[in-house]
Design a protein around this ligand. Structure first.
Ligand SMILES: *Cc1c(COP(=O)(O)O)cnc(C)c1O
Length: 346
């Protein structure tokens, strides 16, 4: 039998396991627009409780949970502070302008991570007719473009303090928040104390086919439920999908440590190759690296493709490898062998 394809393009490429599919098949369901789907409710309550927040809202995607939260926290003529490569700004189709009519203040982070001083300096002076009103700060943890980098809880606490003092809301794009929790040993409940809202993706490292959940106060989530409806995101017997999320929260969180170990192993193998310029520190499951100019990114990707390995280009000469549920130790060995077999065309 041919070796299976190794897909390192993203942790979204995973397929549900037989056990997850069985949980989905067996889910009790109802009409969730009537708020009568017991499995959706169980997922929303379980996720909210895990982070010490009051309520949750199940949505089809992380783009939708982020954009709903931003809309709920802002109004036209207001402004959102975020890092310049934040997913909410860079990869959500300009949704902040489209849905919320809000402006964005972009800050340069250190591997995507901001400091409290940077955030504070970006807040607009109040009562000045020229400026939008700063309303919201969005953080991303882990940071995708930053190579899966993690905030320290101290920095989060400092940024939360700036937000409180200036009457701003604080939203977390936690697409990979469980990777951050597992890698750092931080407590989920601390996040509920610091953030007004949290978006959690279930279809990345947690391995479900679909879905994200938005967490916040009861009042906030009530407002978000209406915004989800106007975006066309009200789903009916969504419990079949929510069941995959419940299953993942129970079974697929601790195992993220294996993805992180494999990412470190790949980062170390990459650092040994003569054609690799540098590798960003692999804190979680993302490995971002730069190829030297003598190894064009498209030849590198073509070589891997010939070995049945897929990866994505992430800017000029930059490549991203992502480890996930469907990448095992034997595959990591195959990747290492393919890396060693490749030498620069002199
Ligand atoms: C994947 C991702 C999202 C959400 O993406 P969807 O594909 O819309 O679910 C949000 N933020 C970050 C950082 C992501 O990596």
């Amino acid at each position: 039998m041919a070796d299976p394809i190794i897909d390192l393009r993203s942790d979204t490429v995973t397929r549900p396991t037989p056990a997850m599919l069985e949980a989905m098949f067996n889910a009790p369901v109802g009409d969730d627009v009537y708020e009568e789907d017991p499995t959706v409710r169980a997922l929303e309550e379980t996720a909210a409780a895990r982070f010490g927040l009051e309520a949750g809202l199940f949505c089809p995607s992380g783009t939708m949970t982020n954009q709903i939260a931003i809309k709920a926290h802002t109004e036209p003529l207001s402004e959102v502070i975020c890092e310049q490569t934040a997913h909410v700004y860079l990869w959500e189709v300009g949704g902040i302008a489209f849905h919320s009519g809000a402006s964005v203040a972009l800050l340069p982070g250190d591997r995507g991570l901001l400091t409290a001083a940077q955030v504070e300096a970006a807040i607009r002076p109040a009562n000045n007719v020229h400026y939008p009103d700063t309303r919201l700060v969005c953080l991303e943890n882990t940071h995708n473009r930053g190579g899966g980098s993690c905030y320290s809880i101290e920095t989060i606490a400092e940024i939360a303090d700036v937000a409180r003092r200036h009457n701003l809301k604080l939203h977390l794009d936690g697409a990979r928040i469980f990777n951050a929790l597992v890698a750092t040993g931080q407590q989920a409940a601390d996040y509920g104390r610091y953030f007004d809202s949290i978006s959690v993706c279930l279809s990345k490292g947690l391995g479900t086919p679909v879905g994200s959940v938005l967490l916040g106060s009861k009042e906030f989530i009530r407002k978000c439920r209406r915004i989800r409806k106007v975006m066309g995101g009200g789903m009916r017997q969504a419990g079949y999908l929510a069941a995959a999320g419940l299953y993942a929260l129970e079974h697929n969180v601790e195992r993220l440590a294996d993805d992180h170990r494999r990412a470190r192993q790949l980062a170390s193998a990459l650092a040994d190759q003569p054609y690799v310029d540098f590798v960003l520190p692999a804190e979680t499951n993302l490995v971002i690296f730069r190829l030297k100019d003598e190894m064009p990114a498209d030849s590198f990707l073509r070589h891997l493709e010939q070995q049945g390995i897929r990866a994505s280009s992430f800017g000029p000469q930059m490549i991203r490898f992502v480890t996930h549920l469907d990448v095992d130790d034997a595959m990591v060995q195959r990747i290492e062998d393919a890396l060693v077999a490749l030498q620069p065309v002199a």
